[in-house]
Write a protein of this length. Structure first.
Length: 181
């Protein structure tokens, strides 16, 4: 298992929880993005498309089993989480072009809250801002969201969520949990 090492010599991983995007959805979103003819930013590779639930950042590698054990004890929805990404938005402060839902499903907000609460005892602080589900299309994006000939209309149905490691521009799944039976 590849790990990065802190100056102190302690191995760490850059981690986040996310809803994965199916191959068919990745292709559809990538094709739609091509139609935007973007002139700003760096397009996110379609194989990295996901909807972030909770970003943990740099975590000591030794904590990964405890993180997974904490999530193993969560009460999960018992059904797929469905959402509609139907709004294109430019997040100026973050420098990102994103697809986001006009409405966030209650089950999705509850899952994010449950993850945050499960990890609080391990020293992961609560997020200081409201959760905003999104799929990042482009990083280092400047300017307004471009006009699209076709409005975004991407229906997602997640049957599981995943703990990912971000390593050298790629996202590697470490563990996953079912949302639905």
């Amino acid at each position: 298992m590849v790990q990065d090492i802190r100056p102190s010599g302690v191995p760490f991983k850059r981690l986040f929880f996310a809803l994965p995007v199916s191959d068919a959805q990745r292709r559809a979103v990538a094709q739609w993005r091509r139609g935007l003819s973007l002139r700003s930013g760096k397009p996110v590779p379609s194989e990295n498309f996901h909807l972030t639930l909770l970003f943990l950042g740099d975590v000591d590698a030794a904590q990964v089993p405890a993180i997974c054990a904490a999530v193993d004890n969560l009460t999960l929805p018992g059904r797929a989480i469905r959402l509609l990404l139907d709004r294109l938005n430019a997040w100026q402060r973050a420098g990102a072009l994103v697809l986001e839902p006009q409405e966030t499903p209650l089950a999705l907000r509850q899952l994010v809250y449950a993850l945050q609460q499960a990890l609080l005892p391990m020293g992961f602080a609560e997020q200081g801002r409201d959760y905003r589900p999104h799929l990042t299309l482009s990083r280092d994006f400047r300017g307004q969201a471009p006009e699209s000939a076709q409005a975004p209309d991407f229906h997602f149905s997640a049957r599981h969520f995943t703990l990912y490691e971000s390593r050298k521009g790629r996202y590697w799944p470490l563990a996953q949990w079912p949302l639905a039976n």
